[in-house]
Design a protein around this ligand. Structure first.
Ligand code: GTR
Length: 424
């Protein structure tokens, strides 16, 4: 009821916010000729100038150095402490999807510092399986019940919260922002699908912190490198993986993590930190995700840190309009996935995410793959639209159309996972 009364004012605020965002998008640079000259930090050159030439040096010295740099300067430091986690199976349906799958809904309760955070997981496992199956893990924007159309699922706990003060129409009310997922296709291809609403883990607005999982940890360390939403979402993905690897149906060596847009940023950061994710997929993750920040094309560090002050750690804001001072760029994030499998995808109309910057960060991870005798992307030129390139470990495509995750994207990801998991 309160919702109805406040709706007109909120709707106006939404329109205003939307206008600001569209204006900023219009003012962004989309001209290749205006991309600043930039030099990317060498992924294989250590801070003390040593050149990495062996896997051992990468794993023991440079990789931890890059991980620390990106933690402290971009997403914030993930605490080492553990929080108490319990799981409650709320529902099981052995005949989901017309008998093709078994579904489970499991409530995770995380507790610490006298608080609790609840998050609802939905899992679909193919019934027609021999042995353990590969698992596709992805957060959803709009709640489990919205993204998996036609399934009778409970509402994610985020839905019990009041509307966002800064984004008055919650993402799940935006309608059509994100395409429903091709659940049946995923199950038919022999994969389990596990999902959770990202806002269960950390509400997506600046004042959301007390309701998210970061509030379960003691506040330690430097305030500038304190983790916020993207760090929390990445952490949550690892907690989902903790549950998945204990399931009798899951092949723990075949976990893929994917994410769209802000959740693509979180998927990359999760994949960088947690080596259980064997395939890491960035679907149009853009600025602060796969796209190189130093190109300052489309969305920039200045825009993203101002509009979404709760996503990154505060230190990241020092690079607003100052990208050339960054001692890292996003190719060092993608390189942290090596030698595991990396898929970066863009959409043709999604200039805001800087498709070329997304491609190049995957390309510039190649020296690390080469240390392992593996081929990354071999050309600095992007492939044509709807022509995926898949090397043994790195894949990229640019799909026709706009910002979204469509059945085309899903089928490319599943093809790549099939290759990665030796299912072809
Ligand atoms: C945009 C934001 C992008 C991207 C996107 C999304 O408003 O500028 O960085 O993350 O939202 O998550 O849908």
């Amino acid at each position: 009821m309160t919702r109805n009364r406040t709706f007109p004012a909120l709707f106006l605020a939404f329109l205003t916010l939307g206008t600001v965002r569209v204006q900023s998008q219009n003012a962004a640079n989309y001209d290749e000729a205006k991309v600043p000259r930039f030099t990317l930090p060498e992924v294989l050159t250590c801070q003390d100038g040593t050149m990495v030439t062996t896997r051992r040096q990468w794993e023991k010295k440079r990789r931890p150095e890059v991980l620390r740099l990106i933690s402290e300067q971009e997403y914030g430091v993930t605490p080492d402490e553990k929080v108490k986690t319990t799981y409650e199976v709320l529902a099981t349906d052995p005949q989901a999807l017309g008998g093709k799958a078994t579904s489970q809904q499991v409530m995770f309760t995380f507790s610490g510092q006298g608080r609790e955070v609840k998050a609802l997981l939905a899992a679909y496992v193919p019934n027609n399986r021999k042995g353990r199956v590969p698992v596709f893990i992805e957060y959803n924007f709009q709640g489990n019940h919205n993204v998996l159309e036609g399934q009778d699922l409970m509402r994610s706990p985020a839905f019990t919260r009041p509307l966002h003060p800064h984004d008055p129409l919650p993402r799940w009310a935006e309608g059509g922002h994100v395409a429903p997922w091709p659940l049946e296709q995923i199950i038919d291809r022999g994969y389990a699908l596990v999902t959770m609403c990202f806002e269960d883990i950390y509400p997506d607005y600046p004042e959301g912190e007390p309701l998210g999982v970061t509030a379960l940890f003691p506040e330690t360390g430097d305030a500038g490198s304190r983790w916020q939403a993207i760090g929390a979402w990445a952490w949550g993905s690892s907690r989902i993986a903790d549950w998945v690897v204990r399931q009798p149906w899951a092949n723990r060596k075949q976990l893929a993590i994917a994410g769209l847009s802000r959740l693509g940023k979180a998927a990359l950061w999760a994949g960088a930190q947690d080596e259980r994710f064997q395939v890491v997929i960035s679907n149009e993750s853009g600025c602060g995700g796969a796209a190189l920040s130093k190109r300052a094309y489309g969305e920039t560090v200045a825009f993203i840190t101002k509009t979404f002050p709760h996503w990154f750690c505060r230190n990241f804001s020092q690079y607003a309009n100052n990208e050339q001072a960054m001692p890292f760029d996003q190719h060092m994030l993608t390189a942290l996935v090596a030698p595991r499998h990396l898929y970066v995808a863009s959409a043709e109309e999604d200039n805001w995410a800087d498709q070329k910057g997304e491609y190049l960060s995957a390309y510039y991870a190649s020296p690390v793959y080469a240390l392992y005798g593996l081929k990354g992307l071999s050309s600095p030129e992007m492939p044509a639209v709807n022509q995926p390139v898949m090397t043994e470990r790195v894949a990229y495509h640019i799909r026709s159309g706009s910002h979204n995750q469509l059945p085309y994207d899903w089928s490319c990801y599943l093809d790549f996972c099939d290759k990665a998991f030796g299912r072809q």
